[in-house]
Design a binder for this molecule. Structure first.
Ligand code: F6P
Length: 353
């Protein structure tokens, strides 16, 4: 069998570890594994390389993706879909493994409709924005990177008794802010899943946090606000408002802004990400070889959803179902999102104590 594998969308630490397993497993079972460069863009162009175990040796530890990635604008269009199907036929691909996030899996599902070949997806996105996978590849590393950055910022913040608003990636999903905020002892965490907030609403909440941190006889030396990128009010506007409040009520305290941006996406994968990537990669490769199509393998999927894979942490779910759950995860209506929000609401007042 000829199997293609590609990484698509925002790269995520651990993608290489997943690629490695697909290449090794496929080759070990006598199949040819083609690495498709630059995601769907490379598929459209037929830009491929045969992956051998020797070529992928040692790549599990590396960040980014050895195949490169892209956000293809043409691929989802009818012309792009026709071109992709023609290329699959031309290359003789019988199976395709797509490693990527929400957008990439949506693309995989679309392409899979006429079954040009078997297609299996693996969730990989630092945002953790894929339904029916409690962790996507890259999330653990990104959380650790944010926590380390916040620890460093906290050192300098305490030296000057300052407030910081730290913006972290997560275009539509606040998971990184939630998880890393708790670990970094943030005083407040802002995320979009509980509905859009205006600048006035955010200011009202955050001035209360600043009063608790720096007012009265509080001995706190730092106020850390972790904000998800997906919160629509610009970080600089929040910082400007908080600074005006501080100047009026708590003079001498400064508020600064740090946008971590792509720093959060780079770096070598953590051991946990390598492990998740290799187990998801193995399950995806094995499922594809067994004949599975239009499914995704997920990490810690509820036992009521999808099918067993033989790995107790990994289940196989139809991509369409995972995408439906993704919508609910992002608009806050999924039980998973509700549980996260409820927990944070419960401890909101305690965070800034
Ligand atoms: O990979 C997901 C993500 O990191 C989002 O959190 C972020 O908004 C986006 O990618 C940035 O993408 P790009 O690098 O294409 O600008």
């Amino acid at each position: 069998m000829k199997i293609g594998v590609l990484t698509s969308g925002g790269d995520a630490p651990g993608m290489n570890a997943a690629l490695r397993v697909i290449a090794v497993l496929g080759t070990a079972q006598g199949h040819e594994v083609l690495g498709i460069r630059r995601g769907y863009e490379g598929l459209l162009a037929g830009d491929v390389v045969t992956l051998t175990p020797g070529m992928v040796e040692g790549i599990a530890r590396a960040g980014g993706t050895m195949l490169g990635s892209a956000r293809s604008k043409i691929f989802p269009t009818p012309e792009g879909q026709a071109q992709a199907k023609a290329k699959i036929r031309e290359l003789g691909l019988e199976g395709l493994v797509v490693i990527g996030g929400n957008g990439s899996l949506t693309g995989a599902h679309l392409l899979g409709q006429d079954k040009p070949c078997r297609i299996v997806g693996i969730p990989a996105s630092i945002d953790n924005d894929v339904g029916y996978s409690m962790m996507s590849i890259g999330v653990d590393t990104a959380v650790n990177t944010i926590v380390e950055a916040c620890d460093r910022i906290s050192d300098t913040a305490r030296a000057h008794r300052r407030a910081f608003v730290v913006e972290v990636m997560g275009r539509h999903c606040g998971f990184l802010a939630m998880r890393a905020g708790i670990a970094a002892e943030a005083d407040a965490i802002l995320y979009g899943e509980d509905g859009d907030k205006t600048l006035d609403e955010l200011t009202e909440r955050l001035t209360g946090v600043l009063r608790r941190c720096f007012g009265g006889n509080s001995e706190k030396k730092r106020c850390l606000i972790v904000k998800a990128e997906g919160v629509e009010v610009p970080t600089k506007d929040i910082v400007a408002r908080l600074q005006s409040f501080l100047d009026a009520e708590l003079p001498g305290v400064d508020c600064r802004e740090t946008v971590l941006g792509h720093v959060v996406r780079g770096g070598n994968p953590s051991a946990l990400d390598r492990l998740i990537a290799q187990r998801l990669g193995y399950a995806a490769g094995a499922a594809l070889l067994r004949g599975a199509h239009d499914v995704m393998v997920g990490w810690d999927v509820p036992a009521t959803v999808g099918q067993d894979t033989g790995d107790r942490r990994v289940r196989m779910v139809p991509i369409g179902e995972a995408l439906e759950e993704t919508k609910c995860l992002l608009d806050g209506t999924s039980p998973v999102a509700r549980a996260r929000i409820t927990l944070l609401e419960k401890v909101e007042q305690l965070l800034s104590m």
